[in-house]
Ligand binder design. Structure first.
Ligand SMILES: [Zn+2]
Length: 184
């Protein structure tokens, strides 16, 4: 993943909230989901958000839509699904997240439960890239299906499920045990 593409300049919000329409580009999705099962289906996604300041913090809310391509969990063929998510996050300046005095300097600041939806920003730009990526990952179904009634992989004609088990060589230690058991 390289450049951030989904950024909001906080200075633009000084005079009130603003609406943003971002194209979530297919190449961006490909890069962002590099280590993930699903990827872009070649089409751009879309992110529309409203951003507003609340003191030093920035509130972002809106909608994310993107269609991703993945592998069907039943037939292993190509499958697509569309992510339609509500995005909501509170960005707080990094400086505010670092506790002034805590004794331990280099330790990461741990968010308490009610701060879990908070994300940090550098004070100038709110970057939505990670938020969008996480949402795409989160919304990927555990077992994606190419269609609701996917029949799965058809067993090859004439196949016998028990053949599979017999083909695997038995662990020699297990074989010895079995032999022992049979002799007793
Ligand atoms: Zn399928």
């Amino acid at each position: 993943m390289s450049e951030h593409e989904l950024t909001i300049r906080v200075a633009d919000l000084d005079y009130g909230s603003k609406e943003y329409e971002f194209v979530v580009r297919a190449p961006w999705i490909r890069g962002a989901l590099e280590d993930h099962d699903a990827t872009t289906n070649g089409e751009d996604g879309h992110l529309s958000v409203r951003a507003s300041k609340s003191g030093p913090d920035v509130i972002v809310s809106g909608d994310l839509v993107a269609t991703l391509s993945t592998t069907c969990g039943r037939c292993l063929g190509p499958a697509q699904f569309t992510v339609k998510s509500k995005i909501q996050a509170l960005f707080v300046p990094k400086a505010k997240l670092i506790p002034a005095k805590k004794g331990k300097k280099d330790e990461e600041y741990e968010l308490s439960a009610d701060e879990a939806d908070m994300l940090a920003f550098d004070g100038e730009n709110v970057v939505l890239d990670d938020l969008v990526r996480d949402e795409l990952v989160l919304e990927t179904p555990m077992i994606p299906l190419c269609s609701e009634d996917c029949a799965g992989i058809a067993p090859p004609p004439g196949s016998n499920p028990s053949v599979d088990a017999e083909e695997k060589p038995l662990d020699p230690r297990l074989a010895a045990l079995l032999k022992f058991k049979n002799e007793v």
